[in-house]
Design a protein around this ligand. Structure first.
Ligand code: HEM
Length: 131
């Protein structure tokens, strides 16, 4: 792989991060408003394609850096944050919970996403706060 592969993959990863957050906020808005758009084919497909790309690019970066979850603490923290984001996101966006709880799950999911970005920027599970 050429020297340009890493920055390209990183660019793809970061682009997908922005799209992922935007799409997640949009789906939360639609859910909150009870918009029929939330169950459109588009809303079902596009976020999942983007999130798969995001994950694959992340795995590619980790392989190129030779840093892995359960070895490098920041990548373990990213994975835990990602699982929280996904779990709380599913709980919020499927019609499982009453409105208030769904709203709380959604806020928690956005917070977990923010945590993952913070860990990515600092490469530190404690976000550079020491510990
Ligand atoms: C919600 C999921 C994710 C978000 C929001 C996210 C966010 C980010 C961001 C914002 C960066 C850029 C950091 C910088 O500019 O230095 C980054 C880099 C990176 N991410 Fe992710 N990421 C996610 C998932 C993953 C996963 C699942 C993996 C791998 C298991 C991964 C591995 C990496 C690696 C290795 C870098 C390289 C950072 C560098 O070159 O300094 N990411 N991530």
């Amino acid at each position: 792989m050429g020297a340009e592969t890493y920055p390209l993959l990183r660019g793809l990863h970061i682009t997908c991060v922005g799209l992922s957050l935007g799409l997640f906020l949009l789906r939360g808005w639609w859910q909150w408003r009870g918009s029929p758009l939330r169950s459109s084919a588009w809303a079902r497909l596009v976020p999942h394609v983007n999130d798969t790309l995001l994950l694959l690019a992340g795995i590619g970066l980790a392989l190129m850096l030779r840093q892995y979850p359960f070895v490098a603490p920041w990548l373990t923290a990213k994975l835990v944050g990602l699982l929280l984001h996904i779990g709380l996101g599913i709980a919020a966006l499927r019609n499982w919970l009453p409105g208030r709880l769904a709203g709380m799950a959604w806020c928690g999911s956005v917070a977990a996403f923010g945590y993952v970005v913070g860990v990515a920027l600092t490469r530190d599970p404690w976000l550079g706060a020491g510990g």
